[in-house]
Design a protein around this ligand. Structure first.
Ligand code: BES
Ligand code: MN
Ligand code: MN
Length: 455
């Protein structure tokens, strides 16, 4: 593999310049004004595949296109690997908190700062360069390789499950590999074997049919913001347990072996706390921080809208108030079942004088993936060679809903081999990706193909 390693070392500067090009495209999938930019990013990825000698297509969906590419000349005895990634990004706001523009990628202190640097442009880029290195150095790939790079992950992949169902044969593979998660720490690569699921919903509480003077009416009618806050405050008890009836019914308890294994990880609790600038780490009683983040379900308000929020003071009772929520789910909770229980509980707990509507938005199933497969062994070898340390097996708190689809629709297992770091600030201002992750990731992805071919 020295041939490949030599080639990677010679091309480092070009890789960084290419990543900067991709990061300069504001492919924000949620905003209509960026539709053209999302398409530009899809074209950019498509053109990369074409220039390295893969067959590539832009497949239209109802919203943002899927980029699909393949190279199937390794023969019927070689394994087939499907790489998944997403070229869309989260909105960059609040803009004033960025040290340099979110779409003006800048290297400072060995890190590249830009929206999408770690989530997921910098990461799936590694697999593009892996394929390119094999093609350039050896004129072929050691495996049959397929790429599915979508543009709607950050809005819940509304069109991806239908796409997968419609392209089952095209997507047939022995294993899916995804780099869209984090390592355990700098220098400690990880294979993620579980991800939490999600249900996202909005609730609106309505009272009087128009805003009212808070002096003339205050005290005699229900205030929707007060009602909303009363509801939210009741959703958790003093031990951090969620009070919704049935919420925990299907939760698979962590095994003693898993809890022991997580206690042995080199987790720096104080470093974690200071990296997020928190006063204290709080959560469900009886669980450690890692257990709370990886193995327990949550309910969090993500935003509140209502009443007068302008400068100064205005004496007014608002006619309505809205809040957005996410619940992270763990095996064996089903998003639809949990959402229905939440809805029933909320409707039953509306304070007198207000009414409530619940709007489910998107969701995804939690997953646990198999860790004892040849592809996982190949990932371990590739990670230890690229990062100089053995990979640890961990879970992740975030969600990648398509992982369940690959398993349910295609029957193909996924290996989650991510190169990000826990302090990458994904979805936040000043998102970054360390250059050690960037170059290590390219190396790991390149070696992975050889290792998986040899299994
Ligand atoms: N790449 C993340 C998920 C992730 C990050 C998992 C780090 C584990 C470790 C992904 O892009 C993401 O943000 N997913 C969303 C899903 C949602 C929009 C359906 C999430 O988790 O909020
Ligand atoms: Mn991602
Ligand atoms: Mn994301």
């Amino acid at each position: 593999m020295e041939d490949l390693k030599g080639y990677l070392a010679q091309n480092k500067d070009r890789y960084l310049n290419e990543l900067k090009d991709l990061l300069s495209i504001p492919s924000v999938s949620t905003s209509a004004e960026h539709e053209g930019d999302v398409r530009r990013a899809a074209n950019w990825v498509h053109d990369q595949f074409v220039s390295m000698g893969l067959e590539a297509h832009i497949h239209e969906t109802e919203r943002h296109p899927v980029v699909y590419a393949q190279w199937l000349d390794a023969g019927p005895d070689a394994p087939t690997v499907l790489v998944y990634g997403h070229y869309d990004v989260q909105p960059p706001d609040p803009l004033d908190l960025w040290e340099t523009g979110p779409f003006e990628p800048t290297v400072r202190d060995g890190k590249i700062f830009a929206r999408g640097a770690t989530d997921d442009k910098g990461q799936f880029f590694a697999h593009l360069k892996a394929a390119e290195a094999h093609m350039k150095v050896r004129g072929k790939l050691p495996v049959n390789l397929k790429f599915l790079i979508e543009g709607e992950e950050e809005i819940g992949s509304p069109n991806l499950a239908p796409y997968i169902k419609a392209h089952k044969d095209q997507l047939a593979a022995d294993v899916v590999v995804i780099s869209d998660t984090s390592m355990f720490a700098e220098g400690v690569p990880a294979i993620v074997y579980g991800l939490r699921g999600l249900t996202y919903f909005e609730i609106t509480v309505e009272g009087p049919d128009h805003d009212l003077h808070s002096g003339l009416y205050g005290g005699a009618v229900a205030n929707p913001i007060n009602s909303l806050c009363q509801i939210i405050a009741g959703l958790k008890d003093e031990n951090g347990k969620i009070t919704i009836p049935g919420f925990y019914d299907e939760v698979r308890e962590l095994t003693d072996a898993e809890r022991e294994a997580w206690k042995k990880l080199p987790f720096d609790e104080e470093g974690f706390q200071s990296s997020i600038g928190a006063e204290a780490l709080v959560g469900e009683e009886g669980f450690t921080t890692l257990e709370r983040r990886w193995g327990r379900p949550t309910l969090d308000c993500n935003g509140i809208i209502g009443g007068f929020t302008g400068q100064g003071a205005k004496t007014v009772l608002p006619s309505k108030a809205t809040a957005k929520f996410s619940c992270r789910l763990v095996p064996d909770q089903e998003p639809e079942v949990i959402t229905a229980r939440i809805e029933a509980h909320l409707k039953a707990s509306v304070p007198e004088g207000t009414r409530l509507t619940v709007t489910p938005m998107h969701g995804g199933q939690p997953v646990i993936v198999n860790t004892d497969s040849p592809a996982v062994q190949a990932a371990r070898q590739a990670l230890s060679d690229a990062f100089g340390a053995e990979a640890v097996f961990i879970r992740g708190g975030g969600s990648i809903p398509v992982v369940a689809d690959f398993s349910n629709i295609l029957g193909v297992p996924t290996v989650l081999m991510g190169f990000g770091l826990p302090d990458d600030r994904l979805h936040s201002p000043n998102e970054k990706y360390n250059l050690t992750s960037f170059y290590g990731g390219i190396k790991a992805a390149t070696l992975f193909l050889d290792h998986v071919a040899n299994k």
